[in-house]
Structure formats: C-alpha cells, structure tokens
Design a protein around this ligand. Sequence first.
Ligand code: NAP
Length: 412
Amino acid sequence: MTATVAIGELPPLGELPDRMWAQVVRQDRFGDPATAFRPEEIEVPRPGPNEVLIAVMAAGINYNNVWAARGVPIDVIATRQRAGDPHPFHIGGSDASGIVYAVGDAVTGVRVGDEVVTHPGYWNPADPWVVAGHDPMLAPSAEIWGYNTNFGSFAQFCIAQQHQILPKAAHLSWAEAAAPTLVGTTAYRMLYGWPGNTLQPDSVVLVWGGSGGLGSQAIQLVKAAGARAVAVVSDGERGAYCKRLGAVGYIDRRQFTHWGIPAHWTDEVGQRDWLAGCRGFGKQVWDILGERVNPTIVFEHPGEATIPTSIFLCETGGMVVICAGTTGYSAMVDLRFHWVRQKRLQGSHGTNDEQARAYNQLVCDGVLDPCLGQTYQFAEIGTAHAEMGAGQDVFGNRVALVGAKDPDAGRR
Ligand code: NAP
C-alpha cells in the first residue's frame, strides 16, 4: 500500500498512491457549504478505457457545487446511486488544472506528464445521439463533470473523459488555469451556440452579473468579437471591474426595485410600476450606448428576479439566453413582449468539445483573462463555496490550490 501524499506534494510522475485527500460532501452534511465539505481520505480511482487520471494542481470553484453541497435542487448522490453508482459521497469540482498521471487503454493523444485543464461537458461516448454526430450536450447522457459525476477536482486526483482534456495555457499559473474553463465555455456556448442569434460585431449584449464568473468571461468574449457589452452589477466597484474587462458601461441594479414576478397583467397599478422600472432600466442601456438601441442578446442566469426585464428589453428578433436560475425558477414571461416582437428565450447548458476548444484557444492566445479572483487553500473549499453562495466578493473566479504550493506556481 502506497502512503497518501500531503496536500501541496506530488508522488513521482505516473506513480499512484492507494489513497488521496478529497473534500467530500455526504448527504447527512447537506446544507451550509461551509460544513457540507469535509476532508476525507478516499481510495484513488483508476481510469476506465476512455478516461484520464489527473493529479490536480488547482481546482476551480463553481456555483454548481454550492447547489451540490446544499442538496438543492437535486441530491446528486441519490441521483447517481439510482443510476448504479455505489459511492455514498460526492467529490465535486468542475474545473481542474493538473498533470496527467495515468490514461485508460483506449486513450490516444493524451499522455502521462501532459499539463492540462478540463472542460465540464460529459457524456456517454456510446450514446446513439453522440455516435450519430449530434451536439453531445443535447444527448440523453449529457451531464456536467464534477457536479452530476463523481471524482471531480476537489481531490488530489480526478478522473475525466479524454475528450474533456484541453492543453493548459503555458503563460498561466496552475491557479489561473483552473479558474475560467467551466464559466468560459458555458459563456462561449451561450454566445455562439445558437445559430440565428450568435454574437456578431454589431451585437449589443446585456450581461447580468458582469463581475461574476460567467459575466467576466462573457464581457471579454463580447469585446473580442468587436461587439458591445453592457454589464449589470450591484455596486460601483464591480462596475469598474466590468469596464476594465471591456464593458462599455454598467448599470447598478440597486437603483431599481421592479424585480421578481411582475404584477398580473390585469393589475393596472402594479403593471404601471413594473413597466416604469423596465423602461427606466432600458433608458440606462440607451444612455450607456449613446443611442436608442436594445440588446440583441441578453446574457441571463439570475432567472426569476430578472427574466421579465430581460424579455422586455431584448431587441425584436433577439435572444435571451439563460443557463441558470440563481434567484429562483418561477420566471415569468410577459408574452406581449415575447411573441409580437418574436424574441427567443433559449436555454443553454455546459459545452461541447468544439466550443470548449475554441474557448480554450482564446485563453491560450492570451485574448481572454482567466479572471482569477480569490485563491483558497484546499482546506478552505467549503468556505469558498459558502462565500460564493452568499454573493461575497464577486470578482471573477475562485480557485483552491491542491497540488500547487503557491498561486504563482506553474507559469512557463
Ligand atoms: P457568480 O460568480 O457568483 O456570479 C453571480 C452573479 O449573479 C453575481 O455577479 C451577481 O452580480 C449576480 N446576481 C446575484 N443576485 C442577483 C440578482 N438578484 N439579480 C441580478 N443579478 C444577481 O456565479 P457564476 O459562476 O457567474 O454563476 C452564476 C449562475 O450560473 C449559478 O447559478 C451557476 O450555477 C450557473 N451556471 C450554470 C452553468 C451551466 O452550464 N448551466 C455554467 C456556469 C454557471 P451583482 O450582485 O453584482 O449584480
């Protein structure tokens, strides 16, 4: 039996210990992420034929494992167990930077020693939908790695499918490299994945939560396309951060109160107040742009609080594209502003390989900043999720060091 190595240490390349440290969530700890995660020694998994075992140097923190730790809206452990997974625990983590330590028998093009990052799109390669060449993120087997699946990056070793493996940008540290891929590839799919409404140089994109993980990548993608991003934030410091990333301006949402499900259409007074809020918000978009132009794409994730405004504001023939319902799921669409103006409300989730590679190339080329915000120690993974869930310090992406000793390690 090979001894577990300490956090911040690595075994010799390609040598696998029997056990590893992992930040583990169990069902009897569901609730506050600060206490749901706990370090435990777990058996090191071995890669299946199409899988890759990575020694994790740094792990990106994403909102999905706030949900996993709370056990809401789904119990990821019970869901996996119903599908035959024997493990009564969850090792999350949907972003990793690290070094390949072992590959499965059928893996080609990925070798032990490669320095890599992972994208979070996960599916059964034998799924008939995938085999037929359709978008795998629309396959019945599509999932998010390190959320729906076990043995993600909150451990010294993680297991990924070979198609998820991307080259690590050489100029980034391990911490920087672990920061952006889940949110960045999601933003890329949202902005480029829906033909008829893809990002164009003349697009105007309203980006909710502009200083956050998704928002900070979306703003940069919009700028890189030569288009204009208007950010929405909840304070001036966050707004200034968005402008540094390339937003043409920002709106402080705290100036408005018309959030959530609007008054019923038969409630004249309630409707008048709601419309006044929407119009005032839209006027700020025009003021920022210096012309009466509406967003051709609205980049959505708050959901219940903001969807009615997003649908109202979106340009005729434009798209509200949404990947989450952070503030709630009962989002109301006033159909008068939807069908007559022929707007699209498009769901989007995860990434496929093509989108992930295109996004990662922009990172490798230095076009996109990974927006590393806070760096945590491995022991603080629960705290990091609790702070994220509380909306604290929303500037880019949070990362935890695992095999990397310090935040600057790993730059070439
Ligand atoms: P984040 O970094 O914590 O950012 C969330 C942003 O939401 C904050 O910047 C905050 O901005 C904004 N926000 C909070 N409350 C709001 C409200 N009431 N109204 C408007 N905006 C509000 O999180 P993230 O990484 O960007 O993720 C955001 C959501 O997307 C999470 O629910 C996550 O699970 C989901 N997501 C889904 C996918 C997918 O593939 N489906 C991928 C990535 C993320 P201000 O307070 O400054 O306005």
